[in-house]
Design a protein around this ligand. Structure first.
Ligand code: HCA
Ligand code: CU
Length: 392
């Protein structure tokens, strides 16, 4: 596929990957997250209503409450498949299966850094563990994913050996985890491409956002053939988190709006983000894709003129798809007469171009001196209309 093909949205013709929503696993690792059981059920339900394909839940080995909640969420009868996330250990695997989840995500560090600092096992020992755990899970009838934590710093031959064996042992999916957020989009594309062309297995991508590349990396993983993408609401997770659900939705909506609208209940996104923000004591960032306070605010005159004619001139997403509106800012020095005339129209006043330009000039001069309130602009418009004898 040529680069140009990508630039023109070539990836959009493929089926979308499934979302593995990890707010109830990775998200629990966020500094501000301390969900009660009831809160977890509420989050699970609203994400299910949104339409995510999977919910990933904290390991039942983490604490007694985690175990009870994992089993309770697995028993809620949701449409989304439930997964739990455990170390590559037979005892963890047994408990995971007992919770009644649909699938188990196994993770084990395979980079030199994690082999040294985390579990001290060699690559052969990791494979030995896989040989113990995977057959047990496969026989238990759950969906099985096997992932090398810190994949981007894992030697590729080591990773291939581990995954080759995991696939022989019958896993449904392997995982690429950019645990410390060092991956580059092209590198992730190349790695996923290599895995999907060598092994006959689904590939999941989990990317941290330490260097601001989590969404781009997830997208590159999809381009490389990934079938599953991990997200969390507002990106919450360890440190500054992972690919956020909202950013991922924005990205794929631009690629294939019809498919996204067919799969997800998009109007729930603002409510879901507000809920998680409230429960974790944060605010929705002003620059969040789709839901940020300024995501559909247009300011400069050149922009507002075009947006008033055709919003797609400066919007790649339609706010209405998410139950949101746009905002045309008029009370500042960058304002344009088209925006002022549009505001006049909202007030029921038809200003001609000359009058609209006059009022715009007044606003610009005022705004150079101080903050202009909306009511002041309206006052200027109404005064101009009176002078011109324009009927309301
Ligand atoms: C963790 C590590 C992990 C696992 C990702 C995965 C990571 O906190 O347990 O299993 O796909 O970032 O490597 O979240
Ligand atoms: Cu992670």
């Amino acid at each position: 596929m040529s680069d140009l093909h990508y630039l023109r949205g070539g990836a959009g013709s493929r089926p979308l990957p499934s979302i593995i929503e990890s707010t109830l696993r990775e998200g629990e690792q966020f500094v501000g997250a301390d969900f009660s059981s009831e809160q977890k059920f509420r989050i699970a339900r609203v994400l299910d209503d949104f339409g995510v394909e999977y919910l990933e839940l904290t390991s039942p080995m983490a604490s007694p409450r985690s175990r009870e909640d994992c089993a309770a969420i697995a028993g809620l009868g949701l449409r989304a498949r439930t997964l739990t996330h455990t170390r590559c250990h037979i005892d963890d695997a047994r408990v995971a299966v007992e919770t009644g989840v649909d699938g188990v995500d196994i993770v084990i560090g395979a980079s030199r850094q994690l082999r040294n600092a985390s579990h001290g096992m060699s690559v052969d020992e990791i494979i030995g563990r896989a040989e113990e755990v995977i057959p047990f899970l496969v026989e238990s009838g759950v969906e099985v994913r096997f992932s090398t934590e810190d994949s981007m710093r894992t030697e590729v031959p080591d990773m291939l050996r581990i995954y080759q064996r995991a696939v022989e042992l019958g896993v449904d999916r392997i995982g690429v985890a950019d645990t410390v957020g060092v991956g580059r989009p092209r590198e992730i594309y190349a790695l996923v491409r290599q895995l999907t062309s060598t092994l006959d297995v689904d590939v999941e991508f989990h990317g941290h956002d330490d260097t601001g590349c989590a969404v781009a990396n997830a997208f590159s993983a999809w381009e490389g053939g990934a079938t599953h993408i991990d997200t969390s609401v507002l990106g919450i997770g360890e440190r500054n988190g992972i690919t956020s659900l909202g950013s991922w939705i924005a990205r794929i909506t631009v690629e294939d709006r019809d498919q996204v609208r067919g799969r997800y209940n998009l109007e729930l996104l603002p409510e879901i983000e507000r809920l998680i923000a409230e429960l974790t004591g944060i605010t929705v960032p002003f620059n969040a894709c789709i839901t940020g306070a300024t995501a559909f605010s247009h300011k400069a005159g050149i922009h507002t003129k075009a947006v008033l004619t055709d919003p797609s001139a400066y919007e790649c997403l339609d706010p209405a798809d998410f139950g949101l509106g746009r905002e045309i800012l008029t009370t500042h020095r960058l304002t344009g007469w088209n925006a002022v005339r549009a505001r006049a129209c909202e007030l029921g006043v038809a200003l001609d171009e000359e009058r609209a330009r006059e009022v715009t000039g007044q606003v610009k001069r005022l705004a150079d001196e101080c903050r202009v309130e909306a009511a002041e602009l309206d006052g200027l418009i109404l005064a101009a209309a009176r002078t011109a004898g324009v009927a309301r």
